[in-house]
Design a protein around this ligand. Structure first.
Ligand SMILES: Nc1ncnc2c1ncn2[C@@H]1O[C@H](COP(=O)(O)OP(=O)(O)O)[C@@H](O)[C@H]1O
Ligand SMILES: [Mg+2]
Length: 368
């Protein structure tokens, strides 16, 4: 069913990602580190989960959003619990064949192995060493002539941890040839900042990253998606509503799914109310970022200015200065804009800054 809200994990529920699945397959065959990038709700997790479920390679799936959901924030404890759970899921799936790997990590510091599960310690003085565990995993995979996929969903969320991801990933890239890494990121700028591939001083410098960029659906594709989704549920819907929804929601799969779900399961027929609901969701993420920032008020003014109308650097700066009644340093101002770009809340199209997600734009105008 296209209109189920959770990320999809089966090909038959996944609309139109054949090319992307093929690209991932090639990436895993020929590449070492693969990135799936796109703004929120474009279908990254759905693509990744479907691929992992269908590719028949062993995988370890680590989800940053799950850490945030259970801990409230990203911290080392949450990360190690997630890593432990992901490792145990993986072991459960391959229980019959993986005894040798389990034996090989038994003696490591911070690793406790029982008959039914593995526990990793996260405490500083006795923290399990992830690189060593991966060493052993690689050895097992190589003896069995297999590749193992190590996947991090929304890796940039882990940037606050005391783990040197560029080093860890470079180590895997260069030495653990039977492990392939797949990373996703909504905040593409932050993801690249974390990886630092362009920095000659970074361990990952010069390594090839294989990027799969997800795109928006065209209007036609979006209409087909909605029609098909309603057809799967044998739900009769006015064609005008579909066209109008696509005009308002663009080709963003997450919003189209939310719309279809609201109509078919929620019995909601007012597009305005659905939009309002969606806009509230979109704005919550933005608000939680703003709450943590010292420049909250400035970001608010910048975002509102851009939401009213796509604007140039100098127009946005002028309206910020007019609101604050003081002159603002060019460099500080550019930093603020760049932060919003890196977080993918805004996009730059030629000379204009725009809010790329029409639902977020609606939310900013209504609620920010
Ligand atoms: N290709 C697709 N076919 C059907 N539904 C999709 C597709 N891509 C995304 N969705 C739906 O859109 C929403 C957002 O998808 P998700 O994979 O979580 O996106 P992301 O990880 O990029 O934020 C979910 O409800 C998901 O079920
Ligand atoms: Mg996701």
């Amino acid at each position: 069913m296209y209109f189920a809200l959770e990320p999809k994990c089966r090909r038959k529920d996944l609309f139109d990602f054949e090319n992307e699945l093929k690209r991932l397959e090639d990436g895993v065959k020929f590449g070492r580190i693969i990135l799936i990038t796109a703004p929120r709700r474009f279908g990254k997790t759905s693509l990744l989960k479907t691929f992992l479920n269908e590719c028949s390679l062993p995988f370890i799936f680590i989800d940053a959003r799950r850490v945030i959901a259970s801990e409230g924030i990203v911290n080392m404890r949450g990360f190690m619990i997630e890593f432990t759970n992901a490792l145990n899921d993986f072991l459960n799936r391959y229980r019959g064949v993986i005894g040798k790997f389990i034996n090989s990590i038994k003696g490591l510091d911070g690793v406790e192995v029982t008959a039914s599960f593995i526990r990793l310690s996260w405490k500083k003085k006795n923290r399990a060493n992830i690189a060593l565990i991966l060493d052993n995993l690689n050895k097992w995979a190589s003896e069995n002539n297999l590749k193992v996929i190590l996947a991090f969903d929304e890796l940039q969320e882990f940037r606050v941890l005391p783990i040197n991801f560029p080093s860890l990933l470079a180590y895997i890239y260069d030495n653990l040839l039977n492990i392939v890494v797949i990373l996703t990121g909504s905040q593409v700028g932050l993801l690249y900042d974390l990886l630092k591939v362009d920095n000659p001083k970074s361990p990952l410098y010069g390594r090839v990253l294989y990027e799969v960029k997800l795109r928006r659906l065209s209007n036609e594709e979006a209409i087909t998606f909605l029609r098909e989704g309603f057809r799967q549920l044998s739900y009769k819907v006015n064609e005008n509503l579909i066209v109008e929804a696509v005009n308002k929601l663009d080709g963003i799969l997450g919003w189209l799914t939310f719309f279809g779900w609201s109509v078919a399961y929620g019995g909601e027929t007012s597009l305005d109310r659905i939009l309002e609901h969606a806009a509230r969701q979109a704005i919550e993420e933005l608000k939680s970022f703003l709450k943590k920032s010292r420049a909250e008020n400035r970001y608010r003014i910048i975002l509102r200015t851009i939401a009213v109308k796509p604007s140039t650097w100098s127009i946005i700066k002028k309206s910020l200065e007019a609101e604050e009644g003081i002159e603002i340093d060019d460099k500080n101002f550019t930093n603020l804009l760049n932060n919003l770009l890196k977080l993918n809340f805004i996009e730059k199209q030629n000379n204009l800054y725009v809010i790329g997600d029409p639902v977020l734009r609606h939310g900013i105008l209504l609620y920010l």
